[in-house]
Design a protein around this ligand. Sequence first.
Ligand code: SF4
Length: 110
Amino acid sequence: MGLYGNFLLDSGVVHVSDAGGWDVIPTKEIQMDTSWMARGNCATHPPSTFFPSDGVGVEIARHVCDGCPVQSKCLEYALRNRIDHGVWGGCSERQRRRILKARRAEALAS
Ligand code: SF4
């Protein structure tokens, strides 16, 4: 089985096809569907809930994200668009930085 998929780098997303070809989609050209946002658990909460100022607030937001039907889409949206602030997809800013770092390391190692 070949290695294929999308890998995030600072300059954009490297798309590797299962045929072995690859191309780079610059970050600024990434456009993602946002229709999922209306289906999120957060639709009934004030936006400020998801931009907490402390760890307790992060946990409150993450609790709302638990079981959200669009959690994975939300997280990927935040990762791909390099959203630095707030809780997205059940992950804090710090957690998203770790995910991006791990993805970069994985892409560079392959
Ligand atoms: S994962 Fe969290 S922030 Fe994202 S849509 Fe769901 S409830 Fe909202």
